[in-house]
Design a protein around this ligand. Structure first.
Ligand code: SF4
Length: 471
């Protein structure tokens, strides 16, 4: 059946990157609009295999151009239920990447696709070919889907009409976990979809922690594990509670060891610094430690500027992804900001010092009232120095962490050689152990002899230190 397509379809094409030079057309993405949505409907509401396109097709698009794209799939079947929508949506991401010459990134309203020139030269000239391949994969791989129909939209006006509805559906899905908490269930869920490019990634979804990609919540994980227990989403028995504050459970630790092939044996769901959740690369937001203020900043994909540490989302995402526990950085799904357990082991919102304005507006109602005006945005500060001044002026709770150290500050001439300038607080112990500081963008002032050393995004490793007595 796959022979009917003018392109190859295989998991080996996952991870294929299409750069600007090799791109025929770009669809959706940060400079355009789009979304992907799966709807579970009654059998009678689906015409199996039907494809509808609203707007121009690939062959009508100019080489090098950019267009909006929405992909809507209607699915039906005896076992199909609304909780499976997110799961099938996530598989759209996976299956699109099986197609040679097609790159699909992100999820929901953040999707970003590219079609390569090679693929078009070989005959990929219509969205119908892509949609039919995806529908074939849905039915082959997800046996609960008995009927599927696809509607693709490339007309901007039509997308704008539909996008509000899609956003409401995503929101309603996210809201479902609001009144359910980790302590109310005895099973969490895991997902291995991202292991194709981040082999040691261990994704754990609990009621209080949505997946990093933001697409899968606890209900979605449960529904997927029920219909396909051998599939990429599966149950993780919680086991014994080790520590409620950081969200450490024996069941998660066992799963971590198994899924990361022994790379990690501890994962704490609600910790930023100590044994944090791994970060694959699909995360919606990345958190970054700012040592100069002992606080944490958060930046999302949509923010095009630089954070106060002088870095953009893409740079920090590159440093954070790959399925590792990266001390000092953490990938999360936006809905995790709404969790009452949001990084509670490290101070929760009291530790948050900076976010882009749009992201802050998105989660504004979930920020504790007393802290709302204390979290800076790009409209308030431009760098670490102005951030420091802002936090002082607003009396941010993170200041309490500074006081102790400032009081104890050693006079400049008494500092030992190698003392980090301007720290003004105790760097978290596990970060010292993990040699975090050299890999951070250190933009601190100070130093000696009138020399200011600025290490941006530097990685320093020292194999051996030899101490010799001077004669
Ligand atoms: S981020 Fe996690 S939940 Fe989302 S697709 Fe990747 S592995 Fe699955």
């Amino acid at each position: 059946m796959a022979d009917e397509f003018p392109f190859e379809i295989s998991p080996m094409f996952e991870g294929e990157r299409i750069r600007k030079e090799g791109m025929y057309v770009e669809l959706a993405g940060p400079k355009s609009k789009g979304f992907e949505l799966v709807r579970a409907v009654e059998m009678g509401e689906v015409e199996d295999g039907k494809f509808t396109l609203i707007g121009p097709d690939i062959q009508d698009m100019e080489e090098g151009s950019r267009h909006p794209l929405a992909m809507i799939y209607k699915i039906a079947g005896e076992l199909v239920e609304a909780d499976l929508e997110s799961i099938v949506e996530r598989r759209n991401h996976e299956f699109q990447n099986y197609i040679q010459g097609l790159m699909h990134l992100n999820q929901r309203y953040d999707i970003w696709l590219r079609i390569s020139k090679d693929a078009v030269n070989k005959g990929m000239t219509s969205f119908e070919q892509i949609a039919k391949a995806i529908m074939m994969l849905f039915k082959n791989e997800l046996s609960f889907i008995e009927k599927v129909e696809a509607i693709y939209i490339t007309d901007l006006d039509e997308i704008e009409k539909e996008i509000g509805n899609a956003t409401e559906i995503y929101k309603a899905r996210d809201e479902r976990t609001r009144n359910l908490h980790d302590e109310d269930v005895d099973t969490f869920y895991g997902c291995t979809l991202c292991q194709s490019f981040a082999p040691t990634n261990v994704c754990v979804v609990s009621p209080d922690r949505v997946s990093l990609c933001g697409a899968i919540n606890w209900f979605d994980g449960r529904a997927a594990a029920k219909v396909d227990p051998e599939g990429p989403q599966f149950a993780i028995p919680k086991g014994e509670l080790i520590d409620a504050e950081s969200g450490e459970y024996t069941g998660i630790n066992e799963a971590a060891k198994k899924l990361s092939s022994g790379e990690y044996d501890r994962i704490k769901l609600h910790s930023f610094f100590d044994c944090p959740h791994t970060s694959c690369g699909c995360f919606e937001v990345v958190g970054f430690y700012i040592p100069e203020v002992d606080g944490i900043g958060w930046v999302d994909r949509d923010f095009p500027g630089t954070a106060p540490n002088g870095l953009q989302f893409s740079t920090m995402a590159g440093q954070t992804g790959g399925g590792k526990q990266v001390i000092g950085f953490l990938g999360i799904g936006i809905h995790y900001f709404r969790s009452p357990k949001f990084i509670q082991a490290d101070g929760g919102w009291n530790r948050v010092v900076w976010m882009p304005k749009l992201l802050k507006d998105k989660v504004y109602d979930d920020i504790p009232e007393e802290i709302r005006d204390k979290v800076a945005t790009e409209e308030d500060v431009a760098d670490v120095e102005s951030l420091k001044a802002f936090l002082k002026e607003r009396n941010h709770p993170v200041l309490e962490r500074w006081v102790e150290e400032e009081e104890e500050e050693v006079p400049e001439e008494e500092k030992a050689p190698g003392t980090l300038p301007q720290a003004g607080f105790a760097v978290p112990q596990m970060m010292q152990a993990a040699n975090f500081m050299p890999s951070m963008p250190m933009m601190s002032g100070g130093g000696s002899g009138g020399v200011r050393i600025v290490l941006k995004n530097a990685k320093v490793s020292i194999d051996k230190v030899i101490i010799k007595k001077e004669d």
